[in-house]
Design a protein around this ligand. Structure first.
Ligand SMILES: *[C@@H]1O[C@H](CO)[C@@H](O)[C@H](O)[C@H]1NC(C)=O
Ligand SMILES: *[C@@H]1O[C@H](CO)[C@@H](O)[C@H](O)[C@H]1NC(C)=O
Ligand SMILES: *[C@@H]1O[C@H](CO)[C@@H](O)[C@H](O)[C@H]1NC(C)=O
Ligand SMILES: *[C@@H]1O[C@H](CO)[C@@H](O)[C@H](O)[C@H]1NC(C)=O
Ligand SMILES: *[C@@H]1O[C@H](CO)[C@@H](O)[C@H](O)[C@H]1NC(C)=O
Ligand SMILES: *[C@@H]1O[C@H](CO)[C@@H](O)[C@H](O)[C@H]1NC(C)=O
Ligand SMILES: *[C@@H]1O[C@H](CO)[C@@H](O)[C@H](O)[C@H]1NC(C)=O
Length: 500
């Protein structure tokens, strides 16, 4: 069956019939933003991937949080279809439900078709812990496995080396991922194509740079866009929590977080250069695709928030995406709207496979000149609340199990709440650049932004939009939130679109 499909593809697209299937290398960082300048320190990524390939300017994730976003990346499915709702096992993260879906990722597809597959670094937040089967378990799809147990850290971690847990107190994790990658590449030849996923912890909290990079950006401060540390009154409940603006004493902390994130990314940037060099010196580079992206964005101080993700704003849902490879245009930008669920079908197609129609994403269109696009992208987030995350010294005692991450060092400002649960449509065409978000809170709060006119999302235009337009977004969103499969998720109303 597979051979038949490949032959059919070959007849349809001659390019698929190249002598050797291409190699594919994905670098997936943790919490790297693009809106706040998170790509600025990545000189090698720009040089070796951006200038040699395509930089996507409209790349988004299905959810601004690690585990749900990573599950979407691996499976090509929306959150409501892979049912990894949050970062806990109870919320689906590396749960039994996920482990059934895990037999159908881009990795299993490529491995089954003859690829040698390699993973190193953070996987899903609850991988390797006792409750989900421990580090002896190797996720299907990987011939060589070096998955990090648990969430991102820089030191003092356990890696499952092909099912053998190995504890390391003092080796900087990004450098270990680099070394494992280089060893793997050393042993690759043209005779068997390979897939590699490298998932370093940077720039995730606690933002620890390699010792050689400490202080490199000591004079860098966080960006102060017009939405930096302003009080807002037209946004959902959590955003109106005090203190707003944040007290002046907190700003140096935000600057420190910003520069530490940049410093922690320098080891990733070096890793990319080393990987490219190793591919080149083993004569593998010309037949390799390199994909650089992140699991979600990040905010630092916007609208008087502290620093985190989990919000529907551009800082949190936009991610870097740069791709180079044999069939990718060089040194260009591409404005087409892309979601992280598109990567699985894209990788399958690059490997000469037909992506199943059951995936919610679609292969990326690499034609940077094509401006004839329109897409409604669904972003889902399920707010967290947990007993014990509100410090006793904080004033929010009344319903503390509905709140999360309210620490005294944040002046008790909470970073999440159960009713910070939302679904958004991110609508982009050559003429439209809007966002419509609906919150599952007691007010059914709705936010809408015209990003072209208001890139910093300073004004919620929900009361200014025409009722017919609002009605259309509401209807579209209600369909998207239960959509299934690419043709349904791409246009669930199955009717001509209201905009050209
Ligand atoms: C390493 O991690 C263990 C388990 O999480 C913890 O008990 C220990 O204090 C950590 N050690 C260091 C040096 O951080
Ligand atoms: C590379 O191949 C050599 C020879 O087959 C083998 O001894 C070595 O363990 C391999 N290294 C890795 C990292 O797989
Ligand atoms: C930071 O700025 C100060 C004052 O302008 C300067 O003296 C110092 O050399 C700078 N440090 C770095 C690492 O650039
Ligand atoms: C990439 O394009 C820019 C202008 O868009 C140009 O300045 C630069 O030299 C180009 N780089 C390469 C490697 O082609
Ligand atoms: C994660 O999701 C599950 C299932 O919806 C829920 O029971 C749990 O409370 C959530 N976790 C947090 C911390 O909110
Ligand atoms: C959101 O949840 C918090 C905590 O339970 C509650 O105090 C607040 O009233 C809720 N707001 C809305 C709009 O639902
Ligand atoms: C919110 O939406 C629900 C379901 O559509 C509805 O039953 C409820 O009355 C709405 N609440 C408010 C405050 O508008």
């Amino acid at each position: 069956m597979l051979n038949y499909l490949l032959i059919t593809l070959c007849l349809a697209h001659v390019a698929v019939c190249q002598d050797h299937n291409p190699n594919i290398v994905v670098i997936l960082t943790d919490d790297q933003d693009v809106v706040l300048g998170g790509m600025n320190p990545m000189k090698n990524v720009h040089r070796f991937i951006g200038n040699e390939g395509t930089t996507f300017t409209n790349s988004f994730v299905t959810s601004p949080i690690c585990c749900p976003s990573r599950a979407s990346f691996l499976s090509g499915l929306h959150v409501h279809n892979h049912m990894t709702w949050n970062n806990s096992v109870s919320g689906g993260c590396y749960s039994r439900t996920w482990r059934k879906l895990e037999t159908r990722t881009f990795a299993t597809a490529l491995k089954d078709s003859g690829y040698n597959t390699f993973y190193a670094g953070k996987y899903l937040n609850e991988y390797g812990v006792h409750a989900t089967g421990g580090p002896e378990q190797i996720p299907p799809g990987w011939s060589e496995w070096h998955g990090l147990v648990g969430n991102s850290v820089y030191y003092n971690y356990t890696i499952s080396n092909n099912g053998v847990p190995t504890y390391s107190p003092d080796l900087y994790l990004t450098d270990i991922i680099r070394d494992l990658s280089l060893n793997f590449i050393e042993n690759q030849t043209e005779s068997q194509p390979f897939l590699m996923v490298l998932a370093p912890p940077a720039p995730h909290q606690p933002f620890t740079p390699a010792p050689r990079h400490q202080g490199v950006f000591s004079n860098v401060t966080t960006v102060r866009h017009p939405n930096f540390n302003i009080a807002v009154n037209d946004k959902h409940w959590l955003l109106s929590m005090p203190p707003a603006p944040l007290p002046a004493e907190m700003i140096p902390d935000l600057d420190k977080v910003y520069r530490s994130r940049w410093e922690s990314l320098l080891a990733v940037d070096e890793m990319v250069a080393d990987v490219v060099e190793a591919l080149d010196s083993n004569s593998l580079l010309t037949n390799t695709y390199l994909i650089y992206t992140s699991d979600n964005g990040y905010h630092i101080g916007q609208f008087s928030q502290v620093y985190d993700k989990r919000q529907p704003y551009e800082t949190d849902i936009r991610v870097p995406l740069l791709i180079r490879g044999p069939k990718v245009q060089k040194n260009v930008t591409n404005d087409q709207p892309v979601l992280n669920i598109d990567l699985a079908p894209t990788i399958m197609e690059l490997a000469g496979l037909l992506p199943p129609k059951s995936l919610d994403g679609k292969p990326i269109n690499f034609d940077s000149l094509n401006k004839d696009f329109e897409r409604n992208m669904l972003v889902e987030y399920y707010g967290e609340g947990r007993d014990g995350t509100v410090d006793p010294s904080c004033p929010w005692k009344y319903d503390s199990d509905n709140l999360a991450q309210c620490y005294p060092e944040y002046d008790c400002k909470c970073q999440d709440s159960k009713n910070n649960t939302f679904a958004c449509l991110r609508h982009i065409s050559n003429r439209i650049n809007k966002k419509y978000c609906s919150f599952a809170d007691s007010e059914n709060f709705t936010e809408m932004y015209d990003i072209d006119n208001d890139p910093y999302e300073l004004t919620n235009i929900i009361d200014k939009e025409l009722p017919s337009v609002k009605h259309w977004y509401k209807l579209m969103l209600s369909q998207m939130i239960t959509c299934k499969g690419y043709s349904n998720c791409d246009n669930p109303l199955q009717q001509p679109r209201i905009y050209g």
